[in-house]
Design a protein around this ligand. Structure first.
Ligand code: TNX
Length: 596
């Protein structure tokens, strides 16, 4: 049972797990020397109502000093599955109310320490001060250690997390590694850690060591902000979801027939005209350059790189509405708010088109610190053969001239290779000689199979939103494939990574985005991060089951997929969020409101 506090609440109850000394869990309680609460603590400040945070601290301290229950989350329960886990239940550790977060004296490490403290403060109510140190040691709290002497050598994203009775140490060679370690630490705490208000809970971490690093360097998700526009705040929430599961790329599909979503100073009508529509009757919208920078820097703070896509030469109706000179017949088409594809294209025979491409990609490159520019290239059904290849080759060179590395959907494959070129595979079969040939000429692949990783596909036939052209994708289908061997004869060494695209023809709100993402995004994240040797559907299903309660507590919508054994006995909030498919409102503390 969880106990929640609201400001002004008079009574403090302690969690039942801590209330009865001797009520051992399966592995027995870990006794701690009892510290008698100070009388003043028990009485509370007499001159004013104790704040909720203070009450929570007091309750946790009192309960925790009497008895530490075994950790409720197992060290091996992490999603994505870590490379190596060595459990040591004798080292289970209770986060004390006076814990300090120490980090190496380095701005990036200190920033991660602040993020950790900010994650833990709302639910614990603990102050969790952060400080820098030359050689941080946990000393009864948490230490984030940046070191050249990495446990597993080479990985830029790896980390080691060690939980002992002396506290927690996360060690990594980079701040990114520390950040991933923090995501692991977060998952090891009871799910109430997701609460936005203080909770009386024993914040016990399971003892032992996690040594971890990713399998692939590119692990991403794509959000189509063109079919339906989503506010900056919604995109930031999606970034949060990626970060939880150690995804490190957010691909934004910024332009399509239904709308142009990124400001371009040299072609202003792209947004003032082209940004005013979306699928259906909605108003559309677009990101100013300041909006886009905000997304980029928020993502960067979560160690996520934004990959902007301007889809060319097809999927360009919104641009043609704004600038008819780009159209093959120089006539503005009507705005398009339907969901067909493949009818529009910029004129590949007009030099003005290449001015447009140069200006747009130049401005986008200047706004984007990450190395990638995605030029689309899919479903340009009316630009065929050599005309298509010629267009793509020029666009690829324009990208190279900006200093960025080109990414495109795998339709780019027949074009000449340029340095670093990455193709995004979205086919639904395993065979593609043209893509294989491009790989042999030097291309690397991001693997996004339509029939496994397309998060706009329905879970089941009765999923209320989504497509089914690539089949139905339940959680198991999302999980049961291997990016390293998926495209026949493409070696794992040519696979840069994996991505889960969410197209939004039928997705209209943050709640609907989350409903399609969760719980499939963690499945794709695990394929990108975890060593293949850990791949195991039954194990994944069980590890994932604990996350429903986390999402419910954090007010995140998810699909209660029947193949996941969500715990039935957890607090009513999980049941509320799982009893209906797409809640569109959240309650006062962020928990999805019960059905209307
Ligand atoms: C195909 S996948 C598309 C998109 C659609 C999607 C719907 C790809 C590169 N193109 O234009 O939105 O199907 O699932």
């Amino acid at each position: 049972m969880r106990c929640k506090y609201t400001p002004g609440a008079a009574a403090v109850s302690t969690p039942s797990t801590a209330a009865t000394p001797g009520a051992a869990g399966p592995t027995g309680p870990v006794p701690r020397p009892a510290r008698q609460p100070e009388p003043a603590e028990l009485a509370g400040p007499s001159t004013r109502e104790p704040a909720a945070a203070e009450l929570a601290q007091l309750a946790a301290r009192t309960a925790g000093d009497l008895l530490v229950s075994p950790a409720r989350v197992r060290l091996a329960d992490v999603v994505p599955a870590p490379q190596r886990v060595e459990s040591d239940p004798a080292e289970d550790w209770l986060l004390p109310a006076d814990a300090v977060v120490l980090a190496s004296d380095d701005p990036a490490a200190l920033a991660v320490a602040q993020q950790l403290a900010e994650l833990l403060r709302p639910a614990t109510g603990y102050p969790l001060p952060v400080a820098g140190a030359a050689r941080p040691a946990p000393a009864g709290g948490i230490a984030l250690v940046l070191t050249d002497d990495q446990p597993d050598g080479s990985s830029a994203e790896g980390y080691r997390l060690s939980v002992t009775r002396a506290g927690v140490t996360i060690t990594a060679g980079t701040a990114t590694g520390l950040f991933h370690g923090v995501q692991t630490l977060r998952q090891l705490l009871p799910s109430a850690i997701e609460s936005l208000t203080p909770v009386a809970e024993q914040w016990v971490l399971p003892g032992g060591t996690v040594t971890d690093r990713p399998r692939f360097p590119y692990r991403g998700a794509m959000l189509d902000v063109a079919r339906h526009f989503f506010a900056v705040e919604d995109v930031l929430r999606v970034v949060d979801h990626l970060a939880r599961y150690k995804l490190n790329h957010l691909h934004l599909h910024l332009t399509d027939d239904q709308g142009w979503r990124i400001a371009v100073d040299t072609w202003p009508r792209l947004t003032t005209t082209g940004g005013t529509t979306e699928v259906g009757d909605g108003p559309g919208g677009y990101y100013t350059k300041a909006d886009y920078r905000r997304i980029v820097s928020y993502a960067a703070a979560q160690h996520i790189t934004v990959v902007p896509e301007v889809d060319l030469p097809g999927h360009t109706n919104a641009a043609l509405v704004a600038y008819p000179e780009l159209a093959p017949d120089k006539v503005a088409p009507p705005p398009y708010t339907g969901t067909e594809v493949g009818f529009s294209y910029v004129d590949p025979a007009d030099e003005r088109t290449y001015d447009f491409v140069t200006d747009v990609l130049g401005e986008l490159a200047a706004l984007t610190p990450g190395p990638w520019l995605h030029i689309g290239g899919d479903e340009a059904f009316k630009v065929k053969g050599e005309v298509y290849t010629g267009f793509v080759e020029r666009a690829q060179r324009i990208v190279a001239d900006t200093g960025k590395t080109v990414v495109g959907w795998h339709q780019l494959a027949p074009a000449a290779h340029v340095d670093g070129r990455v193709l995004q595979w979205w086919g639904t079969t395993n065979e593609d000689p043209t893509t294989l040939d491009a790989v042999r000429r030097g291309a690397r692949l991001i693997v996004s199979p339509g029939n496994h990783s397309y998060l706009d596909m329905k879970y089941t036939a009765d999923t209320p939103i989504g497509h089914d052209w690539a089949g139905l994708i339940d959680v198991r289908k999302a999980y049961d494939w291997d990016p390293g061997t998926h495209v026949t004869d493409v070696p794992e060494s040519a696979v840069l990574g994996v991505e889960a695209p969410l197209w939004t023809e039928s997705v209209t709100s943050l709640a609907e985005i989350e409903f399609m993402l969760l719980p499939r995004l963690p499945a794709i994240a695990e394929l990108g991060w975890s060593p293949r040797a850990t791949h195991d559907w039954a194990g994944f299903r069980d590890r994932l089951a604990g996350h429903g309660q986390r999402w419910a507590t954090a007010g995140i919508t998810f699909h209660p997929a029947p193949e996941i054994p969500w715990p039935a006995d957890q607090s009513g909030t999980a049941a509320a969020s799982t009893s209906r498919p797409i809640p569109t409102q959240t309650g006062p503390d962020g928990v999805p409101a019960p059905s209307a």
